[in-house]
Design a binder for this molecule. Structure first.
Ligand code: AHR
Length: 491
C-alpha cells in the first residue's frame, strides 16, 4: 500500500507548547547525584557543583521546563532538610529508591541554580503523601515571597536575596500509589485543601497541577475533574511503555522482534489515553483551560544487569528513538489539551537523554530525537493527514508511520517515524500552501534494532543527513528506512 502524507502549511492547528519537550529529574539512582550534581570539590569539571559535560549537552536541547524532586521521592521529601549550609543538612534514607542515604546536598537552591544554568523553568512537585499543608505552603513562601516574612527572611539568610520566579507547582504525585495509596475522592479533597495554601505572592502566579490518573484510570480523572476543576490549572497523567508488563518489563537491549512490535503498539496507546482522558476533561472544562500534563512517560525496562534494582538504570536503543519520536508526534498532534510533558528521566534513569560513568558521558538515541524535534517548540502546528498501512500485534493495530508538522521562521518542519522493524516505506509527501525550493532532513536509524551507544562506541547511533528525498515540483517522495525517525525541513 502507498503511504501518503498531505501537509497544508496554511491551515493552522494552534501553537505547540514548548513545554511538551520538558524533562524530569528525581532523587533516584544516579540522576541527581553523579548524573548532575558532583559538588564543587569533585575532580569532574563542574560549574557550582553541576558537571559541565552533562550541562553542556543538556543546554543544547533548549529544555523548556524541568520537574523535580520526584516522582515518588516528592511525597517523602521535606524541603527544609535541603537548605542552609550543606555540612549541616539532614541525612535521610531514600526509602523508595534503593534505601540509600540522601545527604540533601542538592536542595531548593541547587535546583534553582541548575534551572538558571540550563535556562529552563522550574516545575516543583510538593509533598501531599507524607507532608503537611503548612510545609507545602511555607515552601512556596520561601521561594516566591519578596517581602518580610519568616520564610523570605530565611531564604535571604541562606544567600538568596530576591525571590525566585516559580510558576509550575504540583500538589502531590501518584497519590493513587506511592503518594499515599489514596482513593480519588479522598485525594480530591486533600488537593482542594492543600492548594488553598499554595499562595500567589506579588506578581508570582502559581499554575497548580493536580496529581492525575495512572494510565487508564478514567474514574480518577472523572472524580478530580468533577470535584476540583475550578481549583486546578493542570492535571497530570503518567504512562510508561513496559513491553513485558510492570513485573517483567523486559531487557532494554536484548529484546525480541515481538517485543519491538509490542513496544511500538504500547507507544501508540498514548494517543488513546490522551483522547479518552481529554473527553472526560471536556465534560467539565469544554474551553480546555485545564492542561493535560503528561509529566512522566517513556520506555521503562528491567535495570541493566548488575546494577542496583532501585536505581532504574537502563540502556537506550534505536527502539527508544522510536518511542520518543512517536510519542512527541502524538503530543504535537494533541496540542490543544496536552500543554506539557516531562520524559522520565533526564540523566541515568529510565529513558534518559544522557548516561554517565564516572567522568564519562554519552548521548543516547533519545537525546538525538529531542535535539531534532526542538524545531517544534512553540511552533505553529499545521494540518497533516496521513494514509498509512496498519501493523498488528496480539490483535491490536498500530500505524506503520507516524507524523506531525509545524512551521516557524518560514520553515515547515515535518517529523516522520517508521515503526516497522523490517520494511522501508516509500512515502508521497504532498506539500500544499507553501512555496519551497529546498527539502533537507536528518535521520536516526540503525542496522539492528538492539543497537545502542556504549561508552566504548558512543556515536553508534546519531543523526546523519537524510538523502532519500526526491523533489518533483510540489511532490516530494521520500524513502523512510525501517525503524527510523526523520525530521524534514521545507524552505
Ligand atoms: O519515574 C520513576 C517513578 O515512576 C516515579 O518516581 C513515579 O512517580 C513513577 O511511578
Amino acid at each position: 500500500m502507498e503511504t501518503k502524507v498531505v501537509v497544508n502549511a496554511d491551515v493552522s492547528r494552534g501553537i505547540i507548547n514548548k513545554n511538551i519537550y520538558g524533562q524530569f529529574s528525581e532523587h533516584l539512582g544516579r540522576c541527581i547525584y553523579e548524573g548532575l550534581w558532583v559538588g564543587e570539590d569533585s575532580p569532574i569539571p563542574n560549574t557550582n557543583g553541576i558537571r559541565n559535560d552533562v550541562l553542556h549537552a543538556l543546554k543544547e536541547l533548549n529544555i523548556p521546563i524541568l520537574r523535580w524532586p520526584g516522582g515518588c521521592f516528592a511525597d517523602e521529601y521535606h524541603w527544609k532538610d535541603g537548605i542552609g549550609p550543606r555540612e549541616g543538612r539532614k541525612r535521610m534514607v531514600n526509602t523508595h529508591w534503593g534505601g540509600l542515604v540522601e545527604n540533601n546536598h542538592f536542595g531548593t537552591h541547587e535546583f534553582m541554580m541548575l534551572c538558571d544554568l540550563l535556562e529552563t523553568e522550574p516545575y516543583i512537585n510538593g509533598n501531599v503523601g507524607s507532608g503537611t499543608v503548612q510545609e507545602m505552603s511555607e515552601w512556596v513562601e520561601y521561594m516566591t515571597f519578596d517581602g518580610e516574612s519568616p520564610m523570605a527572611n530565611w531564604r535571604k539568610e541562606n544567600g538568596k536575596e530576591e525571590a525566585w520566579k516559580l510558576t509550575y507547582f504540583g500538589v502531590g504525585n501518584e497519590n493513587w500509589g506511592c503518594g499515599g495509596n489514596m482513593r480519588p475522592q479522598y485525594y480530591a479533597d486533600l488537593y482542594r485543601r492543600f492548594q488553598t495554601y499554595v499562595r500567589n505572592y506579588g506578581d508570582n502566579k502559581i499554575f497548580k497541577i493536580a496529581g492525575g490518573p495512572n494510565v487508564d484510570d478514567y474514574n480518577w480523572t472523572e472524580v478530580l475533574m468533577r470535584d476540583a476543576t475550578h481549583l486546578m490549572d493542570g492535571l497530570s497523567l503518567h504512562y510508561y511503555v513496559h513491553p513485558g508488563g510492570f513485573e517483567n518489563k523486559g531487557s532494554a537491549t536484548n529484546f525480541s522482534e515481538t517485543e519491538w512490535e509490542v513496544s511500538m503498539q504500547k507507544t501508540v496507546y498514548m494517543e488513546e489515553l490522551i483522547e479518552k482522558h481529554s473527553t472526560i476533561m471536556d465534560k467539565y472544562d469544554p474551553e480546555k483551560r485545564v492542561h493535560l500534563i503528561v509529566d512522566e512517560w517513556g520506555g521503562w525496562y528491567d535495570v541493566e544487569p548488575g546494577t542496583n534494582p532501585g536505581f532504574l538504570y537502563q540502556q537506550n536503543t534505536v527502539r527508544d528513538a522510536l518511542i520518543a519520536g512517536v510519542t512527541l508526534n502524538i503530543f504535537n498532534n494533541h496540542n490543544e489539551r496536552v500543554q506539557m510533558a516531562n520524559i522520565a528521566q533526564m540523566v541515568n534513569v529510565i529513558q534518559a537523554m544522557v548516561l554517565t560513568e564516572e567522568d564519562k558521558m554519552l548521548l543516547t538515541p533519545t537525546y538525538h530525537i529531542f535535539n531534532m524535534y526542538k524545531v517544534h517548540q512553540d511552533a505553529e502546528r499545521i494540518a497533516l493527514d496521513i494514509d498509512t498501512k496498519m501493523l498488528e500485534i496480539d490483535g491490536k493495530e498500530y500505524p506503520q508511520v507516524s507524523a506531525s508538522a509545524s512551521k516557524a521562521n518560514g520553515v515547515v518542519n515535518i517529523s516522520l517515524c517508521n515503526l516497522d522493524k523490517g520494511e522501508k516505506v516509500t512515502l508521497d509527501l504532498d506539500l500544499r500552501g507553501v512555496d519551497f525550493s529546498d527539502v533537507t532532513g536528518e535521520v536516526v536509524t540503525s542496522e539492528k534494532m538492539n543497537d545502542y551507544n556504549s561508552f566504548e562506541n558512543p556515536d553508534k547511533i546519531k543523526p546523519v543527513d537524510f538523502k532519500a528525498i526526491k523533489v518533483n515540483e510540489d511532490k516530494v517522495t521520500i524513502e523512510l528506512p525501517a525503524m527510523s525517525v526523520v525530521v524534514l525541513h521545507v524552505k
